[in-house]
Ligand binder design. Structure first.
Ligand SMILES: *[C@@H]1O[C@H](CO)[C@@H](O)[C@H](O)[C@H]1NC(C)=O
Length: 186
């Protein structure tokens, strides 16, 4: 027990510093019904995210490619201090009955973090949520609005925030990601 608590804190404390934890267990939002992993593959740009403090690089995007029918290659990139940085991870559908609930890990030594597709039309935008319970006492969460293009209409972003809020996810601190001047610098 002592060890697992220590591990939880080793992995979760850095997250807590980046985000205000909320009391109580994770909310249980509805996810995309009949999620089609194949259609979700490809390039997604980060339009907005929680938490604001975690925001560092700009031009953040992720490229998903199918490895098997339930496992994917995840390559995320950002520009930080004028340099392109890439990080590669693996995504899986952990339970075929819940295909919209992906798990993503960026290292073999780390467990899969939840990566839930709450809603997507596959061709314009996607709403992603990740939440981790800490000892059932409080939870730390992340939320992203992704776009197939570097910008989305304001109405789409407002609608996305509404969907998060309707699922008891606090997105008042959500901020826009910087997607300007991205082609030029590379
Ligand atoms: C996404 O990854 C696939 C497979 O590795 C690659 O063929 C494709 O060019 C990548 N697309 C982008 C935009 O990086």
């Amino acid at each position: 027990m002592k060890l697992s608590v220590a591990l939880v804190f080793a992995f979760v404390l850095p997250l807590i510093r980046a985000q205000v934890p909320h009391w109580g267990p994770c909310p249980e939002p509805a996810v995309q019904p009949t999620f089609n992993l194949k259609q979700f593959m490809g390039r997604w740009f980060e339009i907005a995210k929680l938490p604001a403090q975690f925001e560092r690089g700009r031009c953040i995007e992720t490229n998903f490619t199918l490895k098997t029918d339930k496992s994917i290659r995840v390559v995320s990139s950002e520009i930080l201090k004028g340099e392109l940085r890439k990080i590669e991870g693996t995504g899986v559908i952990e339970d075929m009955k819940n295909p919209a609930k992906l798990g993503i890990s960026y290292s073999y030594v780390l467990p899969y973090s939840p990566y839930w597709i709450l809603s997507t039309d596959y061709v314009n935008s996607a709403l992603v949520y990740s939440c981790t319970d800490v000892l059932r006492l409080f939870h730390v969460d992340f939320a992203w609005i992704l776009g197939r293009t570097r910008t989305l209409p304001e109405a789409t972003i407002e609608k996305a925030k509404e969907i998060f809020a309707n699922n008891n996810i606090d997105v008042t601190r959500m901020i826009a990601s910087k997607q300007q001047g991205c082609e030029k610098t590379l």
